[in-house]
Write a protein that binds this ligand. Structure first.
Ligand SMILES: [Zn+2]
Ligand SMILES: [Zn+2]
Length: 341
């Protein structure tokens, strides 16, 4: 079977290896497809701070169970599944209270340990989530990024809240749709690109505003009135996006940081302290967020029609990154097709 390995920046090797054997406690997955994520792009460019080469990438996965170990009870051959890629220690304090996403020893498959860019992968079933038998494989591939969106919204007091999301790319779009699906009040998504906002509108996000000329504060006032935003979620992760969130916040707003900031920045702390603005970090998801994501996609509560914008074969993994580098604004979700559906 074939697998892809990131061996150095801008270098992907393909290896032909035996199909892995499984222990009685494992299952063998036949991988159908993987999604290409922002962190894969950072890894490809050699800019990911927390990874080391070589590694098999791929953490957004759709797969079918191919073989089941004798001791495995909950899965059978033919089941459609997705994978939760977090490897946690189970022993640190956050793990003991179910906050596996901030495990003090967290590793992520496809980043710090081998992922799923392979035709077959052996895994313990505890990493798997069942998906409905008729669930479309593209939707299954989108469960992981949607779980990030769900996890992001749940970091704030979102019920009935005015929620503004900065950035209408893959994650911003899924955060805004998660907010609507989870029962936020009004939801606004902003971007500088009309094409992303037009697509956000097609997905059913209520308020989609280009803030290039008017700025975030004005967009928030126009949409939410004098109550402004209870929650501002930053999926753009630039100095400009954070400063605009701070400028647009009102006393007691919550600002959730979901995007990956690449640069340190200075902050005028009294603007948080004196206005009781709550700055909240967010990392990935917990198990229930995955379950919500599967339910929302299976029922169509979150709309991902047209979300997969490009498809590539495993052999053309390089071509996917070249395309993304050359057309960053034309990509919602590029998918690598690995196994037949
Ligand atoms: Zn991802
Ligand atoms: Zn832990």
């Amino acid at each position: 079977m074939k697998k892809a390995i990131f061996s150095a920046p801008y270098k992907i090797d393909f290896q032909n290896v035996d199909i892995p054997s499984i222990t009685p406690d494992e299952v063998l997955l036949r991988i159908i497809s993987i999604g290409v994520c922002g962190s894969d792009i950072q890894m490809y460019h050699g800019l990911h701070k927390y990874m080391t080469y070589p590694v098999v990438p791929g953490h957004e996965v759709s797969a079918v169970v191919e073989k089941v170990g004798a001791n495995v009870k909950d899965f059978k051959v033919g089941d459609r599944v997705t994978v939760e890629p977090q490897i946690y220690c189970g022993e640190c304090y956050p793990c003991t209270i179910g906050r596996f996403n901030v495990c003090e020893n967290l590793k992520v498959k496809g980043v710090h340990a081998d992922g799923f860019a392979a035709e077959y992968v052996a895994t313990e079933p505890s990493y798997l989530h069942h998906c409905p038998a008729d669930m479309d494989f593209d939707k299954i591939t989108l469960v992981e990024p949607l779980a990030v969106g769900v996890g992001s919204v749940k970091r704030a007091h979102y019920k009935g809240a005015n929620v503004a999301v900065i950035g209408a790319g893959t994650i911003g779009n899924l955060i805004a749709q998660s907010a609507q699906a989870l029962g936020a009040g009004k939801v606004l998504v902003t971007d500088f690109l009309d094409s992303k906002l037009d697509y956000a509108k097609e997905c059913g996000i209520e308020n989609c505003v280009n803030t290039k000329d008017i700025g975030l504060a004005k967009a928030i006032e126009n949409t939410f009135g004098k109550r402004k935003a209870d929650v501002i979620i930053d999926a753009a992760a630039t100095r400009g996006s954070f400063m605009s969130a701070l400028d647009a916040s009102r006393p007691s707003s919550e600002i959730v940081i979901t995007g990956n900031y690449k640069q340190p920045m200075e902050l005028e702390i009294p603007r948080l302290q004196r206005r009781e603005v709550n700055l909240i970090g967010h990392m990935m998801y917990v198990r229930e967020d995955f379950a919500d994501a599967i339910r929302f996609l299976a029922k169509g509560t979150v709309n991902t029609n047209g979300f997969v914008s490009q498809r590539f074969a495993l052999n053309d993994f390089d071509a996917a990154f070249k395309f993304i580098d050359e057309h960053p604004n034309d990509v919602m979700k590029a998918v690598i097709d690995i196994g037949s559906r």
